[in-house]
Design a protein around this ligand. Structure first.
Ligand SMILES: CC(=O)N[C@H]1[C@@H](OP(=O)(O)OP(=O)(O)OC[C@H]2O[C@@H](n3ccc(=O)[nH]c3=O)[C@H](O)[C@@H]2O)O[C@H](CO)[C@@H](O)[C@@H]1O[C@H](C)C(=O)N[C@@H](C)C(=O)N[C@H](CCC(=O)N[C@@H](CCC[C@@H](N)C(=O)O)C(=O)O)C(=O)O
Ligand SMILES: Nc1ncnc2c1ncn2[C@@H]1O[C@H](COP(=O)(O)OP(=O)(O)OP(=O)(O)O)[C@@H](O)[C@H]1O
Ligand SMILES: C[C@@H](N)C(=O)N[C@H](C)C(=O)O
Length: 467
């Protein structure tokens, strides 16, 4: 993590010391939450929706923080080690930019509607076989999370793998300018945050912003099955860095790399591809979508010269961030696919396909909750998922949430024989589900983050079921 003097930090973030006597004060690290004070670190008070961090600046100094930023329009700064700035968020981002330039590592930026975190974890695992790699923790992928990730980076980092998220235009543009990627990945264009962007074309424009800060001669690796990406790349307003190279991956054989064989097994998928035709690569993850994510990660790995042997070794040690089609076997023997982190139509269909690909279970049960932020077509999207699930892909369907009533209704319409149960109260859904499932069943649980379906996963794990 960043370790320097307060005077240096002031210069790096464009601020000025309130008192010269603190210039040589050693500072290690940065934090933004007084509820998680880091001793000897710089506190960055951010103005948020519920709180103004400036209210805590004086107390954190008393409680061991090394120093604090202070936004000039917030009244009189506290006494002590203070850097005065015009905008604390902008200063945080500028500080991160300066530290990244000082470390001088290479940067992989990853964006897309679905699969950023998954692909980031895959890229990290493969590159770590050979390099000292730093990656985004969890889902810290926005205008605050990305700078914090950079500032946490060890000074001897060789490659930084940074996830870039957005829910509006020009957010990824800013992140790309901070991170200056050498390599950028666009995993796919789905429907996430359609409410804010208005169309998939606008989502594609937002994702292609990742090239705006790329270094000259950089490599863009993108999902070639998605026509909107080359369309946006060809648009007049899309400014491309000098010497930009591109590489495509996907199912279609027009891509630079695509799967040439896939064998699904209970814990993952063994696959070959055009560029990896030797004996199959064993991906310890469920879902064809994860093979596609892996093709992107393999392209990054090859770019940095990771050997085939290290790729194989790396994949065996792959661990994903939780709640991404995470396979759990409960003490009762019940298998649960915990895909409860988030949901949009593309990822919902991918999860249903993953459930459908499994063999050897008594019943395939899907517990599907509302998909949020989809805009005016949200009901149609939920009905589409009901039709998709009911078309011979699941044996039992539970839905949770008001929008998911559309999912249930659409499923019943095309499959009157299918067992479909819809709820708007988890306290009613959970006992009904527990009574219904059998230890030899497999249950998929998926919805948007706001539905908190991990509560259903937790209940299923705890319960002793009928054998
Ligand atoms: C600003 C901030 O960091 N807020 C965090 C804070 O929220 P809280 O509601 O408590 O406070 P405020 O935001 O109002 O507070 C302002 C600051 O004051 C600090 N503070 C508050 C109280 C106190 O007693 N002492 C204090 O010092 C406070 O820390 C603030 O700095 O706490 C929450 C609980 O820990 C945090 O969740 C909240 O963090 C917000 C959500 C945040 O953005 N955190 C980033 C580090 C981050 O990357 N979080 C990711 C989620 C990113 C995400 O959603 N990405 C989207 C795409 C990007 C969308 C973009 N437009 C956006 O708006 O984010 C995606 O789809 O992936 C994560 O947590 O996973
Ligand atoms: N290529 C893909 N196509 C469709 N769905 C995918 C793909 N990759 C991952 N998913 C699914 O999307 C969901 C989110 O996965 P992940 O967290 O990796 O994506 P993300 O882009 O980081 O999400 P977020 O925008 O919240 O950061 C999970 O349900 C996962 O199974
Ligand atoms: C939580 C955020 N990363 C996200 O994915 N939001 C959408 C709406 C979801 O939770 O599905």
């Amino acid at each position: 993590m960043i370790t320097t003097t307060l005077g240096q930090m002031a210069a790096m973030c464009g601020g000025t010391l309130s008192q010269e006597q603190h210039r040589e004060l050693p500072i290690q690290g940065v934090f933004t939450d007084s509820r998680q004070i880091k001793q000897g670190s710089l506190f960055v008070p951010l103005v948020g929706e519920r709180f103004d961090g400036h209210a805590y600046a004086e107390s954190v100094l008393k409680d061991g923080a090394g120093a604090t930023l202070w936004q000039r329009d917030r009244g009189e700064a506290p006494a002590g080690a203070v850097i005065l700035v015009d905008d604390t968020l902008a200063a945080l981002q500028t500080l991160a930019e300066a530290y990244l330039a000082e470390v001088g590592c290479r940067v992989v930026g990853i964006t897309g509607s679905n699969g950023k975190t998954t692909t980031k974890d895959m890229v990290y695992t493969l590159l770590s076989t050979t390099y000292k790699v730093h990656k985004t923790g969890g889902n810290f992928n926005n205008h605050i999370g990305l700078p914090l990730t950079i500032l946490e980076m060890p000074a001897d980092t060789e490659i930084a793998v940074l996830e870039m998220g957005m829910s509006g235009r020009h957010e990824i543009e800013r992140l790309s300018q901070i991170a200056r990627p050498d390599v950028a990945v666009i995993t796919n264009i789905g429907e996430a945050h359609l409410l804010q962007l208005g169309s998939r074309h606008e989502i594609a424009r937002a994702k292609v912003e990742i090239i705006s800060g790329m270094k000259p001669g950089g490599l863009l690796i993108y999902h070639g099955d998605e026509p909107l990406i080359p369309t946006v790349l060809g648009e007049a307003e899309t400014v491309k860095p000098e010497g930009l190279r591109t590489f495509t991956f996907g199912l279609d054989q027009s891509n630079d790399d695509y799967p040439t064989g896939m064998m699904f097994h209970s814990k993952g998928i063994i696959f070959t591809s055009l560029l990896h035709p030797e004996e199959g690569l064993d991906l310890p993850l469920l879902g064809q979508h994860n093979v596609i994510n892996c093709l992107a990660a393999l392209a990054v790995a090859r770019h940095f010269g990771i050997t085939e042997e290290n790729i194989r070794t790396g994949l065996t040690g792959l661990h994903l961030t939780g709640m991404r089609i995470e396979q759990i076997v409960a003490p009762s023997g019940l298998t649960i696919l915990n895909d409860a982190y988030n949901a949009s139509p593309t990822s919902m269909k991918a999860a249903i396909d993953a459930l459908h690909s499994l063999k050897g279970y008594h019943h395939k049960v899907a517990v599907l909750g509302d998909m949020l932020e989809l805009g005016p077509q949200e009901k149609e999207f939920h009905a589409e998922i009901g039709q998709y699930a009911a078309a011979d892909r699941v044996d039992v369907l539970y839905t949770y949430g008001p929008l998911s009533e559309e999912t249930a209704e659409a499923a019943r319409k095309i499959r009157p024989d299918l067992s479909v149960f819809s709820f708007t109260d988890k306290a009613e859904l959970i006992p009904h589900l527990i009574k219904r499932v059998h230890a030899k069943d497999v249950v998929l649980v998926k919805a948007s983050r706001g539905m908190k379906l991990e509560e259903i996963v937790d209940a299923l794990v705890k319960e002793n079921l009928q054998k």
